[in-house]
Design a protein around this ligand. Structure first.
Ligand SMILES: *Cc1c(COP(=O)(O)O)cnc(C)c1O
Length: 224
């Protein structure tokens, strides 16, 4: 069955409270399909693989704001550094150093989110809360002039138990406040809370998310 991307987008937008940004996750969908969302007015797209992102960014209109959401290897940062708007998946001090270095080469400032591992699953990436605290406390990030840390990102466990999902989002929300108060109290730019996907963005916006990453509910199922 043909997926009605424009209508999917519209019904999601209608349920999102004011101030919540919708990142359309276009990974594994071909550019022609993704363009249906662009034509319906969507301008923020997220991809999880560097090569696929670079190819789409070349092919698609230049006013798109591209976000990177997948696990990012340090040797791949240079390919996306010239144009990436926000990296959701910054998960180690070494990756942060590399992003800063590549951003400097491009004469840019790249915005990043601290990716947290809160989910109850080995396979998920991200820093534990303590690893993240240690990185912020250590302080080297303050010397990087070509990155800007603007918030946090996480994925909930892939479970049906909505109470569990809500609890994990709540933990992220509390951690956001902790970090905000301790390190970014005077920086309004530290404001992004990226959590919520197709099956749980409704819970996410009730627990303080202001950036949901939705793929399947817009574009239909992915073919791997
Ligand atoms: C694929 C992906 C999404 C979107 O997932 P859907 O269930 O298709 O909405 C969101 N966030 C991350 C990190 C992803 O990898």
């Amino acid at each position: 069955m043909e997926v009605d991307v424009a209508s999917n987008l519209r019904s999601i937008q209608q349920t999102l409270p004011e101030g919540v940004e919708l990142v359309a996750i276009s990974k594994y969908h071909i550019a022609d399909h993704v363009m249906k969302a662009y034509d319906a007015g969507q301008r923020i797209f997220g991809e999880s693989r560097e090569q696929e992102l670079v190819e789409k960014a070349e092919k698609m209109p230049k006013d798109i704001e591209w976000h990177f959401i997948g696990h990012l290897q340090r040797n791949k940062v240079k390919y996306i550094a010239p144009f990436i708007h926000l990296i959701h998946s910054m998960d180690s001090p070494r990756l942060l150093a590399e992003i800063n270095k590549q951003a400097e080469k491009c004469n840019r400032t790249i915005k990043v989110l601290l990716q947290l591992h809160i989910a109850d699953e080995e396979t998920k990436y991200g820093m534990t809360l303590d690893e993240c605290r240690a990185m912020l406390e250590e302080g080297t990030w303050r010397d990087y002039h070509n990155i800007q840390i603007v918030g946090i990102m996480m994925m909930a466990s892939n479970v049906d138990d909505r109470a569990q999902i809500k609890g994990e989002f709540q933990l992220a929300s509390d951690f956001f406040n902790e970090v905000k108060n301790k390190y970014f109290a005077n920086e309004p730019s530290f404001c992004e809370r990226s959590w919520g996907m197709s099956h749980d963005y409704d819970i996410a916006v009730k627990t303080g998310s202001n950036m949901v990453r939705v793929g399947t509910a817009i574009f239909g199922a992915r073919e791997y």
